[in-house]
Design a protein around this ligand. Structure first.
Ligand SMILES: C[S@@+](CC[C@H](N)C(=O)[O-])C[C@H]1O[C@@H](n2cnc3c(N)ncnc32)[C@H](O)[C@@H]1O
Length: 397
């Protein structure tokens, strides 16, 4: 364990040093400011553009051998002005996020649930892997963050097989739509003129929302209704792609609750629970507080009550994500916190309460690694970028 005195010369507030000390974490990882590696992922099919991209961004890209399509680049290189970025052929995503998605082992045709999806880097990668098959359902409680995710899907033309719900992941309960006819309109004979919101048929999604919807939102804004989702609200579908299974359905079909027996057969093949956390493993995030102020950091990150509430939330998210998994399916639980409390402790508690769950492997900062990934997804050389521990669980029955 590293004592606070030993590290007092570091530009970190005492409260954070205490937090690190309490959780047996090494403060020196937060001082490697110049050397935090960055990564990009080139969309499958565009690998041949490598040389073109390199000359565009004037930087040699180093392939990450243990993560397909990932390349390492120098921290100071700007990619936003490059043609490949603007055309959506590559995007920035850290290697630890890539490792969590890779651990899901997504296969063609899988129906995937991303329970804490925004801002959506992992969701984009899932859709990239699925190509023109299966589906991804993204859920997040913060509408503005999920709206940013929708923008990203449109930018990268990845949304065809995706639907996005603003909802509480601890109670979300919609199953994937498993029947795909290959046609965007599954149910062309559905009665377009049926009256009442519940029986309206979903037509192709348009970025320009109907007048009725915009008016409802304007009224809510005027009344000062909170931007945050309330547990009593029903999930709000803010985007669906042509092949997400939604087009042609009626609202009451999409929103129907399924009995548990159905979930066991028809639940998701893969679930990612990338839970809300203290973000202490995201070095860049922590460094931002140098500008935002350490008082804000203390309030947002270190508040003991909030941290306790977080572990409750994490367990609830994990439990609900697992509930929606079909028998034989797999779930990855990940956070960007390095603490045992938000990782091992949550997973252990979950395993003790769910006998049908089996641990398949894990990767964690400074802890035994999941054997399926090598080298350590958290470290790149001797540098730590964004340590995101993850746990790979399977549903046996
Ligand atoms: C670590 S971020 C997810 C990052 C995301 N998976 C990605 O790759 O971009 C955690 C997210 O959980 C969301 N969140 C917090 N509480 C939630 C809840 N009860 N249900 C669903 N999402 C929640 C937050 O709004 C936040 O966007």
């Amino acid at each position: 364990m590293i004592g606070v005195e030993e590290t007092s010369s570091l530009p970190l507030p005492d409260a954070f040093l205490d937090f690190l000390n309490q959780h047996d974490l090494d403060p020196s990882i937060y001082t490697a400011t110049d050397s935090i590696p960055r990564y990009i992922r080139i969309k499958p099919g565009y690998e041949d553009l490598l040389e073109e991209i390199e000359s565009d961004i004037r930087c040699k890209l180093e392939r990450v051998c243990w993560l397909p399509n990932f390349y390492h680049l120098q921290p100071d290189v700007r990619i936003a002005s490059s043609k490949a970025y603007q055309e959506g052929k590559m995007y920035g995503i850290d290697a630890a996020s890539g490792a969590a998605v890779t651990a899901l082992d997504i296969s063609v045709g899988d129906h995937v649930l991303d329970l804490c999806a925004a801002p959506g880097a992992k969701l984009c990668m899932m859709l990239d892997i699925l190509g023109s098959s299966g589906s991804v359902t993204g859920v997040d409680i913060a509408k503005h963050r999920l709206a940013a995710c929708r923008t990203m899907l449109q930018k990268y033309s990845l949304g065809d097989h995706c639907r996005l719900f603003v909802a509480d992941g601890t109670s979300f309960s919609f199953l994937p739509v498993r029947i795909h006819s290959g046609s965007p309109l599954q149910n062309e004979n559905a009665d377009e003129f049926a009256s009442g919101e519940k029986s309206e048929v979903y037509r192709e999604w348009k970025s320009r929302r109907p007048w009725k919807e915009r008016k409802k939102e304007a009224i809510a804004r005027e009344k000062g209704v909170s931007k945050l989702f309330s547990p009593t609200q029903e999930p709000e579908l803010i985007f669906y792609g042509r092949y997400s299974g939604v087009v042609g359905m009626r609202k009451n079909e999409l929103y129907q609750k399924m009995p548990i027996s159905e979930v066991l057969q028809l639940g998701y093949d893969k679930v990612l629970v990338d839970a809300e956390c203290t973000h202490d493993g995201s070095i860049k995030h922590v460094q931002k507080f140098e500008q935002w102020g350490w008082t804000t950091f203390q309030r947002r990150v270190l508040d003991a009550e909030r941290t306790d509430d977080l572990t409750v939330l994490q367990l609830q998210l994990l439990t609900n994500g697992f509930r929606l998994l079909r028998v034989g399916g797999a779930l990855v639980y990940s956070t960007c916190s390095l603490t045992f409390a938000q990782n091992e402790d949550v997973v252990e508690r979950f395993l003790s309460e769910n006998t049908s769950a089996e641990m398949q492997g894990k990767a964690a900062y400074n802890r035994p690694l999941w054997s399926g990934l090598s080298p350590n997804p958290v470290h790149s050389g001797s540098l730590v970028h964004r340590a995101a521990p993850f746990y790979h669980l399977a549903r046996d029955f």
